[in-house]
Design a binder for this molecule. Sequence first.
Ligand SMILES: [Cu+2]
Length: 301
Amino acid sequence: MNRSHFIRMSLLAGTSLLAAGAAVAHVTLAEGSATAGSDYAAAFRVGHACKDAKSTTGLTVRVPAGFAVQKAEPRDGWTLNATGSEISWKANSPQAALPASEKAQFIVRGKLDAKPGPLWFKVLQTCDVGSADWAQIPASDTAKPEFPAARLMVLAPGSAAPVEVSDAWVRRAVPGQSGTGAFMKLKAPEAMRLVGASTPVAGVAEVHEMKMEGDTMKMRPLSQGLELPAGQTVELTPGGYHLMLTDLKQPVNVGTTVPVTLRFVDAKGVASEQTLQVPVAIGAPGGGAASGGEHQHQHKH
Ligand SMILES: [Cu+2]
């Protein structure tokens, strides 16, 4: 769709200050996908301490079947222990503990024998005060448990790594409303572009940008698609890039999900697509009023 059309911003107006700093709350894997049968370095990223804690003092990884451990990397000032399928690091002294403000990676190297599909690593984080057990396995693609286990997507050999999609939502549309927007965070494992989208609820789905023209905010389709640099999180938000859904075929109600298919093209021109079930909401998940609010209130124990 190349026509340069303009739609008033009020369609998408609302909370747009969502979650600038919310990204690194959970314990996650630095490399979120790997090929079955390959060597894999599971690097667990710790980006914060437990709720109300000043530092992380220990980490215990429960290695799932399908990942044969070869070596865990030691950490200065910490004691490394490997017993059966458990690998743990423990700070030898309070001075060696990882301060809440610092990030670190704890690395386990091994080989993936698992079949394609998600593989979950449960991680217990202990702190100077309390602990957090990152061990919940989401019941569905859109479920958001409070303490999710770290996920590795095991890929069939030869298949393209999927783009990681998080915090996706579609803004509700009442009967008679002709358009709405879809928002999410996208992280591509290798450089690619989001070139299009489709959904059964709308006749047209386009990747849009917002731009100031003079003193008016306007939006228009991105004719070349949206660039997704390798490993970087790109946000689609009500005030920025977004998926515009127009020519709505039906009301889009809170409490339902909308299938949205995203189309990508990689640097070699190879096209791929991913279909998501995106929940409908009135505003950004977590209220979106305060920056980072989305995760901060989840860490109570
Ligand atoms: Cu738009």
